[in-house]
Design a binder for this molecule. Structure first.
Ligand code: CA
Length: 402
């Protein structure tokens, strides 16, 4: 890793986008042409222009991601070279555009979308609320990373309006179900993992092959309609209460930028099945700190480092039956919640099922989201340069039901 201070660029102090980050996204400028860019400082490096390679002009990262880990490492090294070698400055600088003048798009054409449930604190909190008469964790939870297949076609980039979903719901005290706009619209602050290199149908991906397949990380808001979810989820799991929209951040941070963020996951309660056992291996827990803002006010700081299941275990589990991976597959961690109240990654936990409304600085309270509310999730991680790198943001504003 080169010294981030060695660049000829004039980087803003404390930028989360130094040379130890270099996340990829898809942008357009006034021309409307979508192409691949890399964020550095307050700029975006136009990869299509600086490389002249049509691979970076397709409007999604998929073609590049499909090339695999050697190509990812090669390009990262070349970009670092362009931004540090003063002799190349005149050639590279014209392809750096101000980031506040470009529009960001969905970075990846999402193939399949899977959502896990890997925060013990979140799972216990929801278990207590949804199944008050049972143990908060189901017996399988400590043995396997629980997940479900979601809807890839409704994964959208940050900034996409969140139209309040309508659907069927029935509160326990109601005699019969009703239909209408959700009254319990919620967020789920999560971290997403983007698969670059696919795998062969029938062959599981071992836990040690995580970095051969996963390219990088984004932020996810898994918008959730709790009233729809509570009525529909038994016995097959999440469906329309989740599938109306999943928002992702526009910048995908490569795993190569997260080496300094790797931490050991918490101690496990039970011996793990061999395909999930990561003892003795370099672990893939990640020390990311998330921040959730509601109408500009920080309401939570969920710590990702405490997640019980790592993304490497999730990938091994996702393919343990021989299901194959495709370029563009996205899997999310599940809501990130820590042990403290101000570390909870959803409003249903922050307001304890709506019973303990959250007081906001503007003098109002919230249980679930109101029309017009805006939620923004950001995150940072330790970078190789000694500072913190940024994972961008995922934001969305609630619009009335249609
Ligand atoms: Ca979720």
């Amino acid at each position: 890793m080169s010294d981030p201070g060695a660049t000829w660029l004039d980087l803003p102090a404390g930028t989360g986008y130094g040379l130890d980050n270099l996340p990829y996204g898809v942008f357009s400028d006034a021309s409307g042409r979508r192409r691949t860019g890399v964020a550095v400082g307050d700029a975006v490096l136009d990869l299509a222009a600086v490389t002249g390679d049509p691979l970076h002009g397709t409007g999604s990262l998929n073609a590049f991601l499909a090339r695999g880990p050697r190509a990812w490492a090669d390009l990262r090294e070349r970009i670092t070279g362009w931004l540090t070698d003063g002799a190349l400055r005149a050639r590279v600088q014209p392809h750096l555009l101000p980031r506040d003048r470009v529009r960001m798009h969905l970075p990846v054409e999402v193939a399949d979308y899977v959502d896990f449930y890997s925060s013990r604190h979140h799972a216990e909190n929801l278990g207590r609320m949804f199944r008050p008469d049972s143990e908060p964790l189901t017996p399988n939870w400590t043995h396997l990373p629980i997940g479900y297949h979601g809807r890839a076609g409704t994964v959208a980039v940050s900034g996409t309006p969140v139209v309040r979903p309508a659907g069927q719901r029935k509160a326990p005290a109601d005699d019969a179900p009703t239909s209408g706009p959700s009254q319990r619209l919620d967020i789920e602050a999560e971290v997403g993992f983007v698969v670059g290199a696919g795998s062969e149908l029938g062959t599981p991906v071992p836990i040690g092959a995580f970095a051969d397949h996963v390219f990088g990380v984004c932020l996810v808001n898994d918008w959730s309609a709790r009233d729809l979810q509570a009525w529909e989820y038994v016995p097959l799991g999440p469906f329309l209460g989740k599938s109306f929209l999943t928002s992702v951040s526009p910048w995908v941070v490569p795993l190569a930028a997260l080496q300094a963020a790797r931490v050991a996951p918490p101690a496990r309660d039970v011996p793990l099945q061999p395909y999930l056992d990561d003892t003795g291996a370099e672990p893939w827990g990640l020390d990311l700190t998330l921040e959730v803002r509601l109408n500009g006010e920080v309401v939570s700081r969920p710590p990702f480092g405490g997640m019980y299941w790592t993304p490497a275990q999730q990938l091994a589990h996702l393919t343990a039956n021989g299901a194959s991976l495709r370029t563009g597959d996205l899997y999310a961690s599940g809501t990130v919640s820590g042990p403290d109240r101000d570390q909870r990654g959803s409003l249903i936990e922050l307001s304890w099922g709506g019973k303990e409304p959250l007081s906001l600085a503007e003098g109002t309270t919230r249980t679930f989201l109101a029309d017009g509310d805006e939620v923004t999730i950001t995150a940072t991680a330790p970078g190789a340069g000694g500072g913190r790198i940024a994972l961008g943001e995922v934001t969305g504003r609630v619009e009335p039901a249609r």
